[in-house]
Design a protein around this ligand. Structure first.
Ligand code: SF4
Ligand code: SF4
Length: 259
């Protein structure tokens, strides 16, 4: 069957509460984008095109967290229109940096940020997509890595398991031959508990990892917290280190008091 007559799987890209950075990772696949467009029909991707094709869709990529009542209903419709659904990025997989509201009074934020707060309707929390609908795969990162994204798209469409490492950033450091910034310089680093995927960018430039790829599988947060305490960090400082992009991810939440 020629490419012109073959039915290509329909791909949809959806945005919820987010900065668009993860969707841009798809557009950033400059060398691979034409090949991808030959294999799939990019049916719904408002970030890239105003032309849209009706569902159902074979694969939906979902960026962003749920922060409004309207989005809570919309994600259910997206799920029912999607054969496979993959969440991309810290917002969609963990609630994102906007989940800092989960530890505070969102009404106070709204009154301070907006000139007309009476027009703002928002939920008290920012929650991951998996808290609302079933998800077939979660791809971590803030933003995600484009090579991992292409691997996940290919795997989902082929019906196989994506080849995504589940180890920590430390493993990537070792492969690059980096000197450990924590052992050698006493720099606070979340590499031991953070999901691999970035290639250990930050330690390669002599700074600590701040966890933008989120918690790895079964992270030993207690051991790392103890180590940070030995280095002189206080409980509040440790909480601040963990409370960034994945503040609401259970292994990182309240890390300063875990020991
Ligand atoms: S995970 Fe990070 S880069 Fe992706 S949409 Fe959220 S804030 Fe933006
Ligand atoms: S913060 Fe950590 S996970 Fe994020 S790019 Fe830096 S080293 Fe990688």
């Amino acid at each position: 069957m020629s490419p012109a007559t073959r039915r290509r799987p329909k791909l949809a890209v959806w945005k919820f509460a987010s900065c668009d950075g993860c969707q841009l990772s798809l557009l950033d696949c400059e060398d691979e984008l034409l090949a991808l467009a030959g294999e799939v029909e990019i049916a719904y991707f408002p970030e890239a095109s105003s032309a849209t094709v009706r569902g159902p869709y074979d694969l939906s990529l979902v960026e962003g967290s749920i922060t409004t009542a309207e989005d809570r209903e919309r994600i259910v419709r997206v799920r029912s229109a999607s054969r496979r659904l993959v969440t991309i990025g810290a917002c969609a997989t963990a609630g994102g940096i906007q989940a800092l509201r989960n530890f505070a009074d969102v009404g106070e934020f709204v009154s301070l940020v907006y000139a007309q707060p009476q027009y703002i309707e928002t939920l008290a929390t920012s929650t991951p997509i998996s808290a609302h609908v079933s998800v077939d795969f979660e791809l971590h990162g803030c933003p995600i890595d484009k090579r991992q994204l292409l691997e996940v798209i290919g795997a989902q469409l082929a019906g196989r398991r994506p080849q995504i490492a589940t180890t920590s950033v430390c493993m990537e450091c070792k492969r690059r031959g980096n000197v450990c910034v924590m052992v050698a310089h006493g720099t606070a680093c979340l590499g031991p508990v953070t999901h691999a995927g970035c290639g250990a960018i930050c330690p390669s430039f002599d700074r600590g990892c701040y966890g933008c790829f989120g918690p790895m599988e079964t992270p030993n947060v207690v051991a790392l917290t103890r180590r940070l305490l030995e280095q002189g960090a206080g409980e509040t400082a440790i909480d601040r280190v963990f409370h960034t992009f994945h503040a609401a991810a259970e292994p990182f939440a309240g890390a300063g008091s875990k020991r």
